[in-house]
Ligand binder design. Structure first.
Ligand SMILES: [Zn+2]
Length: 427
């Protein structure tokens, strides 16, 4: 009998369904819920998958506590029930795996250089590849400075310094210089800044555009006697310093300006119906981390999710999902598939919303008034305020479009002429 029981235990995968023990052992008072062992290669389960997982755990939880393996309950009916339960759990886990691998198959990601992500310069509106924009902006801002020294230098400080703390400290110190001048315009000591001063060197001079801003305000570099020798100073003439109103305006401009942000070129393209719609060639620019790092993090996280499955709320999981997406991906490639198979492709940022996708579609249509609905992975994308990251569409997805009003269905080709000219085969 004991042998039979042991064998059954193996057959029923008791080890997975709950903590097993041999006959004669005192069963635990409270049998904890089974923790499905995380499949090794599994990624983060989908929302639906996580719910299914929770349901499976709940089912297991609802078993009579500790009774499952009591020798006195070793009647056939109980074992059959246990077998069925264990089988059910295995099935759910299997489904989770399948569901995930199906989603993985649905979208194939390939790293390539076929697609370039382009940004639009906020100053000159030139379209440039993503990785060339920083260098371009530096040159463009220098040109702006030569035309408009004040706004040019302010834009340089705000745009070129990526370290927010460093930028903040620099602006604070410059404002302190200006405040001192405004409040004590006749005092000579406030009209001079010794350039070798440690704080000035570390916190002001090191920020691109800061010295240029002081020069735009009216300071000029000058060599002056200092202690036993001469030192370089920034000096503002008394007459300029007395114009407190202009100083106030300059200070306000520095304090209230913001970094110039290049806008994303959607790079709208049309493709003929293709079986390759779900095959995405994403350039490296899409990833903030290296693909290997993402995989590693997703694996670690998937294991953590399994453990925390019961403790974390849906909202918490969604928030984490979004944070992770934003941390991993710079851009999202979306393909909107029309009923006749035609594909409209555009590049987005993870924090753009469903509303932005809808805007993109609407602006591509010849008849902008035709209402439509969007869905992806069998879920409707009707919450316009939801971010692309939250919707699980990153880094690439196919979205299905359906016309929502039968009387207002446009005839193909649906698109504006300039877009129609981009129609090509997906390769
Ligand atoms: Zn430019």
């Amino acid at each position: 009998m004991k042998k039979f029981f042991e064998k059954k235990k193996l057959d029923y995968k008791f080890a997975k369904a709950g903590s097993g023990h041999t006959l004669g052992e005192t069963p635990p008072q409270q049998q904890g819920p089974a923790q499905p062992s995380p499949p090794r290669e599994r990624h983060v389960p989908t929302q639906a998958g996580q719910l299914a997982g929770t349901a499976a755990l709940a089912r297991l939880d609802s078993q009579p506590s500790g009774g499952a393996c009591k020798p006195k309950l070793k009647n056939t009916t109980m074992y059959k029930e246990m077998e069925a339960e264990a089988k059910q759990i295995e099935e759910v886990k299997q489904k989770l795996r399948q569901q995930h691998s199906q989603e993985q198959q649905e979208v194939t990601l390939v790293t390539s250089h076929n697609l370039s992500v382009n940004l639009i310069c906020p100053l000159c509106h030139h379209v440039l590849p993503y990785h060339e924009m920083n260098q371009h902006l530096t040159v463009c801002l220098q040109q702006e400075y030569h035309k408009e020294p004040l706004s040019g230098s302010v834009n340089m400080i705000h745009t070129l310094c990526r370290d927010l703390d460093k930028k903040g400290a620099c602006i604070d110190i410059i404002c302190k210089y200006l405040n001192n001048l405004i409040e004590n315009s006749t005092e000579e000591k406030y009209r001079k800044i010794r350039m070798s001063n440690k704080t000035f060197q570390e916190k002001v001079a090191s920020v691109n555009g800061a010295i240029l801003f002081l020069e735009a305000v009216g300071f000029a570099q000058q060599s002056l006697p200092h202690q036993d020798g001469e030192e370089q100073f920034l000096v503002i003439p008394e007459a300029t310093a007395k114009d407190t109103q202009t100083l106030e305006t300059c200070k306000e401009l520095l304090e209230t300006s913001q970094a110039l942000v290049p806008s994303l070129d959607r790079n709208a393209k049309l493709f003929k119906p293709s079986s390759k719609a779900t095959h995405f060639d994403l350039p490296n620019d899409f990833y903030k981390l290296k693909v290997e790092e993402i995989k590693k993090e997703m694996k670690a996280r998937s294991e953590a999710v399994e453990k925390e499955l019961q403790l974390r709320t849906k909202k918490m999981r969604e928030r984490d999902e979004m944070k992770m997406t934003v941390r991993h991906y710079r851009f999202v490639l979306l393909r909107i598939k029309f009923l006749d198979g035609i594909i409209l492709q555009g590049v987005f940022k993870p924090l753009e919303t469903i509303f932005d996708i809808r805007q993109f579609v609407t602006s591509s249509l010849e008849r902008e008034e035709c209402p439509f609905s969007l869905s992806a992975y069998s879920k409707s994308l009707d919450d316009e305020s939801m971010s692309i990251a939250q919707s699980g569409l990153a880094p690439a997805s196919v979205i299905n479009l359906a016309w929502s009003t039968p009387d207002l269905v446009p005839k193909p080709p649906y698109f504006k002429m300039d877009l129609l000219q981009t129609l090509a085969e997906l390769t």
